[in-house]
Design a protein around this ligand. Structure first.
Ligand code: HEM
Length: 448
């Protein structure tokens, strides 16, 4: 077996971590281009292997999923935020939590909630005035937060709560921007941003306590048939009454759903609208198809618009909200003859693979038609993996796609958005990829 895969030359002590922190997105693209399917990256104490061959990615996430786990550094970084919620937990805890949560995300339940998603979209659109400039990300975060709180936690958030959550997420997000010095600091060190982080965490915990209190007061009814508790909070509160869920587990799961469930969908919508306004010909074709639907937007009608799904996929290809996954092998593994030690991490980068010319023609071009069936057939399945894959595939995938489709259709019904941002906006990767300076758009009436 060959000993070390190729990789970029690093600096003493820091290895490649300072290069990565300067521009994490360009760095992984350069590694994929220069070294191909397996590259070794040196993050100081962390030994990381970037795997860029879709077949290797599929092996880690799907075929050999039981021989991989989430690396410890993710738990160290995110543990006090997400605790033992679905995103971080492992083994039997993960299995049990996933089993509890699955009915709340079942496609037949989610498909029945279209009118509630559209009501939140309409509420946002009613506030928009033609001629006004608004920030896409703030608007999309607001609507997706309200949707997730309503559909999964059974509460309506007011404006103040949406603002409080948004403000608290700022320092939380900043904490996860790649930074070689912070990587090396212990979590408990009272750095200024550490204090801000703790305060933000306390504020969010307060919002969650309040939601549980309101929900208990209202009664733990679900929205399923015959009063079945079907939303996630109802399921978890009932499990708590049976002694199958502690307060801590309830808190961790609510926090996980609130964060994982809105930011990613909001970013998908944000970049979709940015790309559509930069490509008016694509937007007009989409508007025409949406106008031709036999019925107003609903779960059933948006299903009849394949172009809408292609546009969303292409936006997630170019701007995958989750841009990297990490895993650690539970025993040494090997790819292309290179050995991966047990305590190392493999890095699976949606950003690098989605923009690789090995799998995509003109990868930097926005071309939703590349997702037409005839153009997909020769492409490896894991050349595109915005939702991950295998047993830990995103539990919210169907909900996110339906929600994004309904919100795009609702906006398209009333408005055209003109981007005031540069065509290739600067990006800020933290837990997910955000626009560095917002994405302002001017709102125009549809027929104006
Ligand atoms: C476009 C929107 C979304 C994207 C791109 C996305 C992406 C992802 C990805 C890549 C993973 C896999 C993480 C890994 O393997 O380490 C994941 C997991 C997860 N997502 Fe999403 N997600 C989206 C929407 C949602 C929504 C709407 C929810 C909840 C309401 C959600 C909740 C979760 C949870 C709980 C997990 C962990 C699942 C597990 O490990 O069992 N996501 N998501």
């Amino acid at each position: 077996m060959t000993d070390r895969p190729p990789g970029p030359k690093g600096e003493p002590v820091f290895g490649n971590s300072r290069q990565y922190s300067r521009d994490a997105l360009d760095f992984v693209i350069a590694c994929e281009r220069a070294y191909g399917s397996v590259a070794q990256i040196d993050f100081g104490p962390q030994e990381v292997y970037l795997l860029s061959d879709p077949d290797h990615i599929e092996r880690v996430l799907v075929r050999d999923a039981d021989r991989y786990r989430k690396p410890d550094f993710q738990n160290d970084a995110l543990g006090d935020l997400l605790g033992e919620g679905l995103l971080l937990s492992e083994g039997s805890t993960w299995e049990r939590q996933r089993e509890f949560a699955t009915p709340a995300f079942a496609p037949d339940r989610v498909g029945r909630l279209d009118d509630r998603i559209l009501a939140h979209a309409d509420r946002m659109l009613d506030r928009w005035k033609p001629g006004e400039v608004r920030d896409l990300e703030i608007e999309m975060m607001g609507v997706t937060l309200r949707v997730i709180a309503d559909l999964m936690l059974g509460v309506q958030l007011d404006d103040r709560e949406v603002e409080t959550i948004r403000e608290s997420l700022e320092p939380l997000g900043a904490r996860f921007e790649p930074d070689p010095v912070r990587f090396a600091l212990p979590n408990w060190l009272p750095t200024p941003d550490g204090r801000e982080y703790r305060e933000a965490l306390d504020t969010l915990d307060g919002v969650l306590d309040d939601i549980v209190a309101r929900r208990r007061q209202k009664g733990i009814h679900g929205d399923g048939a015959a009063g079945e508790p079907m939303d996630l909070l109802a399921i978890l509160l009932r499990a708590g009454e049976r002694g199958e869920q502690t307060r801590g587990q309830l808190r961790d799961e609510m926090m996980t759903m609130l964060l994982a469930g809105h930011d990613t969908t909001a970013l998908t919508l944000t970049y979709t609208w940015h790309l559509l306004s930069e490509h008016p010909a694509v937007r007009e074709r989409l508007y025409d198809d949406l106008d031709d639907l036999a019925a107003p937007p609903s779960a059933a009608s948006v299903r009849e618009c394949p172009r809408l799904e292609r546009v969303l996929n292409e936006a997630m290809r170019l701007y995958p909200p989750v841009y990297t996954l990490f895993r650690s092998p539970t025993e040494p593994d090997a790819f292309d003859g290179y050995r991966i030690p047990e305590d190392a991490s493999v890095m699976l980068s949606q950003w690098a693979v989605h923009r690789s010319s090995r799998h995509w023609e003109a990868p930097e071009t926005f071309d939703p038609d590349r997702f037409r069936p005839e153009r997909r057939q020769d492409r490896p399945a894991f050349a595109f993996f915005p939702f991950g894959g295998g047993p830990r595939i995103c539990i919210g995938k169907h909900l996110a796609l339906l929600e994004a489709k309904l919100i795009v259709a609702a906006v398209a019904d009333r408005y055209r958005l003109e981007s005031l941002a540069p065509p290739d906006p600067e990006l800020r990767p933290s837990l997910t990829i955000h626009p560095a300076d917002g994405l302002p758009v001017r709102i125009h009436e549809r027929d104006g």
